[in-house]
Ligand binder design. Structure first.
Ligand code: G3P
Ligand code: CA
Length: 306
């Protein structure tokens, strides 16, 4: 089934490996992405930052110190360890360390990549998805997030994907919390005649009259956008789950679908099988189209059993 938003047949809900198989292995690593693919994930998710010399690398934070051993190898620059203060060559000397529930290894799994726990470039993540697609005998999707509202980030994502053959019908989504970034991406995509699907991240909100709206972070807090306006520059929304202030409801998902938007949810982080299955079922019952999951094997099991 197509996942890029242009097929007529309904696609099954998609499992998006959040930062890789990040519940099991160090996040944003080729090892973690490969394990996620081995577990059956439909998409792998790299968050992207820009190095001092302009390379896109897969890492969540705008600093290196939470997820790597940078502090053991380098002194601080400008009072910290910002990705943008280090060159790609310097970042390539680092090792990504386990965080959260992630461990240094996973039983029975040996990554095929050399340097499986280095900070990967975006191109290396794309290469892995393509190589693993042929190994797995199915297309592995890629779901990059622009973590900086920066034209260089927009251009780098579009250029890398286009150079690797991605187009509007590919298994790809480009995501951002910034509607300005997505509007700019869409303008550039139209000029390049390559409208790869876009996803706006934020929270599910409801107006006083019951109309669902997409909440994005603005200068004065959460700003609510009409779903039809969001649909003018994206193919879908990615919403925070399990939030009492901004609950994701069936009404929200129904109205998003009516506006032509897919609805993906983040982050499914339950580590234990039974509560994880219940949580996936809750959102699948509402009609959710995709789930960002830290334990992609649990998401695949729940989706396949649904
Ligand atoms: O991109 C969806 C979800 O990953 C957003 O949260 O902070 O993990 O990027 P974060
Ligand atoms: Ca993300």
């Amino acid at each position: 089934a197509g996942c890029g938003g242009s097929d007529d047949a309904p696609a099954q809900p998609q499992v998006i490996a959040h930062r890789g198989a990040s519940g099991y292995l160090p996040e944003h690593t080729l090892g973690g992405y490969e394990l996620a693919i081995r577990m059956g994930a439909d998409f792998i998710e790299p968050d992207l930052q820009i190095t001092k010399d302009g390379a896109l690398v897969a890492i969540h934070d705008d600093t290196l110190n939470r997820t790597t051993n940078v502090a053991t190898l380098f002194v601080q620059r400008n009072g910290g360890y910002k990705v943008s203060d280090f060159t790609l060559a310097e970042i390539k000397t680092l090792t990504v360390v386990p965080t959260g529930t992630g461990k240094a290894s996973y039983p029975g799994f040996t990554p095929s990549s050399a340097n499986a726990f280095a900070v990967p470039t975006f191109q290396e993540v794309v290469d892995l998805a393509k190589k693993q697609s042929s190994t797995a005998g199915r297309e592995v999707g890629i779901y990059p997030e622009a973590k900086q509202a920066d034209p260089a980030m927009e251009d780098g994502i579009l250029k890398t994907l286009a150079a690797n053959g991605y187009n509007a019908n590919s298994k790809v989504f480009i995501q951002s919390f910034s509607d300005a970034t997505l509007r700019s991406l869409r303008t550039k995509q139209v000029a390049q005649n390559n409208k790869m699907p876009l996803i706006l991240l934020g929270v599910a909100t409801t107006a006083a009259d019951g109309t669902a709206r997409m909440g994005v972070t603005g200068a004065t807090g959460v700003q609510a956008l009409a779903l039809k306006d969001v649909a003018a520059f994206t193919e879908g929304v990615g919403v925070l789950i399990n939030n009492t202030t901004y609950p994701v409801t069936k009404t929200f998902i129904d109205q998003a679908h009516a506006a032509g938007l897919k609805v993906h949810g983040w982050t499914f982080a339950q580590a234990d099988a039974a509560p994880a299955a219940a949580e996936f079922r809750k959102y699948l019952d509402m009609g959710m189209d995709g789930m960002f999951a830290n334990y992609p094997d649990l998401a695949v099991t729940a989706r396949n059993a649904y």
